[in-house]
Design a protein around this ligand. Structure first.
Ligand code: SF4
Ligand code: SF4
Length: 439
C-alpha cells in the first residue's frame, strides 16, 4: 500500500455545514499585516493620515515571491504597528479606521487579459495567494511553460474538522470558478481538470460535476477521495487523483500538475471579472464556545472578536482560539488577531474540546510511523531533535513533513510529535541561515 493512502479518521464536528453564509457588519478598524503569504513581506506604501478605499493598494510586493496587500475597508490609516505573526516573526501591519462607507477605490477595473503573460501579471496584481491555508502566491504556480501542465487539480478536499468554507465556495461560486477555468483554458492551454472532493461531501461533488457539464471544451473529472484525513495535502491529492508521486525536492509541476484550492480558483474568477483584489474572505467560525457557528464573509484585517460578536458572541471563556482547523491550525494568544488572506476558519474551543492528555514515554508501538502519509519516522525524528542532531534530522527527511498532525493524533503516549517536527525543521533552517551568513 502506498503510504499516501494512509491517514486517520477524525470527528467531523462541522457545525457550520448547511448554515447560510452571511456578510458581517463593517468593523470599526482593521489590522492588515504586510505578510499574509509565503515569501517576502510587502512594503507598506501608506502613511498615517492617508485616506483609503476598498481595494486601495497599501503594500507593494517586494520581489518575485511576494504579494501586494490592499485595504479591505474605506477610511483613514491611523497607525502602522509592529505585528507579531503566528510564526513568531515580526512584520508591519497597517491599522485603518473604517468610515463605514465601504467606498470602492476609483482604480478598480477588470484587468485586460490577452495572453498567458497578461493572466499571470493580473493574478500577481490581485494579491491572491493559496487560500486553502498555504498562502503561497498563486501567480508563481501559473508562471510556467504551459506545455508542462498535464493536469490542473482543484482541491475541494476539506478534511479538517469544523472547516466548511471551501464547501461553501463549491456550492455558491460556480460562476467565478467557471470564469477562472475559461481563462486558464484560453491562456494556459489547460485541457484536463480533476476536482478532488471527499466521498462524504456529496453536495460539493455534485456542484463540481455540474460545473464540468457547463464546460464543453474542457474535461472536468470529479474524483471521489476517501473521507480520511489528510486528503488536502498537495502531494497526497496529486497521488490520489493522478497516481503520480511528487518526490522530495520536486514541485507538483515536475509531475505535470498544478494544484489550486477551489476558493483560490473562485478568487481568480472574481478578480478577472471585477478587478477587485483580494480584500475579503469566507471564514468558518466554529467551536464549542461560539454561540452561533456560521460561515462569515469578513474583510481581511477584521479581528477574531469582530467575527465572534457577529456570531452572537461566546458562550464561555474559550480555552483555545485557533486559526484554521484543529489538526493544522495555529493557536492565537487573544481575540485581537486579524483575519488573514488565507484564513479559512477560526475556532473558539471549550476546555473540554481543547483538553490535552498527559504525555508519557514512547512505548515504541510504531503507530506514528504506520500512519504517516509520507512514511516518515516521527518517533525517531523526536529522538534526533532531543539530541539536536541536525545531520540525523536531515537524513530522516523531516523537511518533507507536511505537519498534518496524524502522528500526534494516533500516539497512545500523547507525544507532541508534530510540534517536534516543526521545531526540527526550524533547527535545520536556522543552521542553514547561519552557514549562509558565515560565507
Ligand atoms: S505531521 Fe509529518 S511526520 Fe507526522 S504524520 Fe504528518 S507528515 Fe508524517
Ligand atoms: S506512536 Fe507514540 S508511542 Fe508509538 S512509537 Fe510513535 S511516539 Fe512512540
Amino acid at each position: 500500500m502506498s503510504t499516501y493512502l494512509r491517514g486517520i479518521r477524525t470527528p467531523h464536528r462541522k457545525g457550520t455545514k448547511k448554515k447560510p453564509v452571511l456578510r458581517m457588519d463593517v468593523p470599526a478598524t482593521v489590522t492588515i499585516p504586510m505578510s499574509m503569504h509565503i515569501g517576502k513581506p510587502a512594503t507598506p506604501i501608506v502613511k498615517v493620515g492617508d485616506l483609503v478605499r476598498v481595494g486601495t493598494k497599501i503594500g507593494e510586493a517586494d520581489g518575485y515571491i511576494s504579494s501586494p496587500v490592499f485595504s479591505s475597508v474605506s477610511g483613514k490609516v491611523v497607525k502602522l504597528i509592529e505585528h507579531r505573526l503566528i510564526t513568531g516573526a515580526a512584520t508591519t501591519a497597517v491599522v485603518i479606521e473604517s468610515d463605514g462607507e465601504m467606498a470602492v477605490d476609483e482604480s478598480i477595473a477588470p484587468p485586460v487579459v490577452n495572453s498567458k503573460e497578461d493572466l499571470v501579471a493580473a493574478i500577481k496584481a490581485s494579491g491572491i495567494v493559496g487560500l486553502g491555508g498555504a498562502g503561497f502566491p498563486t501567480f508563481v504556480k501559473l508562471d510556467v511553460d504551459p506545455a508542462r501542465i498535464d493536469y490542473l487539480i482543484i482541491n475541494g478536499a476539506e478534511c479538517e474538522p469544523y472547516v466548511t468554507s471551501d464547501t461553501v465556495t463549491m456550492l455558491t461560486r460556480a460562476d467565478d470558478m467557471l470564469y477562472a477555468l475559461r481563462a486558464l483554458r484560453r491562456h494556459l492551454g489547460i485541457q484536463n481538470v480533476i476536482v478532488g472532493v471527499e466521498n462524504n461531501n456529496r453536495q460539493g461533488a455534485d456542484a463540481m460535476a455540474a460545473l464540468g457539464q457547463m464546460m464543453d471544451d474542457l474535461s472536468i473529472k470529479v474524483h471521489s477521495l476517501p473521507a480520511i484525513y489528510p486528503q488536502g495535502g498537495e502531494k497526497v491529492l496529486i497521488y490520489h487523483t493522478t497516481g503520480r508521486k511528487v518526490m522530495n525536492n520536486q514541485l507538483p509541476i515536475d509531475q505535470g500538475c498544478v494544484v489550486l484550492n477551489c476558493t483560490t480558483l473562485a478568487a481568480i474568477g472574481a478578480y478577472l471579472q471585477t478587478g477587485m483584489p483580494l480584500v475579503e474572505k469566507c471564514v468558518s467560525v466554529d467551536g464549542g464556545a461560539v454561540r452561533l457557528p456560521r460561515n462569515v464573509i469578513a474583510p481581511i484585517g477584521a479581528s477574531f472578536q469582530d467575527l465572534f460578536d457577529f456570531c452572537g458572541g461566546l458562550t464561555t471563556e474559550p480555552a483555545k482560539m485557533i486559526y484554521g482547523g484543529p489538526m493544522m491550525g495555529i493557536t492565537v494568544p487573544d481575540a485581537t488577531a486579524p483575519i488573514l488572506k488565507n484564513t479559512n476558519a477560526i475556532l473558539a474551543l471549550t476546555k473540554k474540546e481543547a483538553r490535552l492528555p498527559k504525555t508519557t514515554a514512547c512505548i515504541r508501538c510504531g503507530a506514528c510511523v504506520n500512519t504517516c502519509p509520507f512514511g516518515l519516522e516521527p518517533a525517531t525524528i523526536a529522538a534526533a531533535y532531543d539530541k539536536k542532531d541536525i545531520d540525523a534530522l536531515k537524513d530522516l527527511q523531516v523537511l518533507s513533513c507536511m505537519e498534518c498532525g496524524c502522528c500526534s493524533f494516533v500516539c497512545p503516549a500523547n507525544r507532541p510529535l508534530v510540534q517536534m517536527n516543526k521545531l526540527s525543521k526550524q533547527l535545520i533552517r536556522d543552521e542553514a541561515r547561519k552557514e549562509g551568513g558565515n560565507k
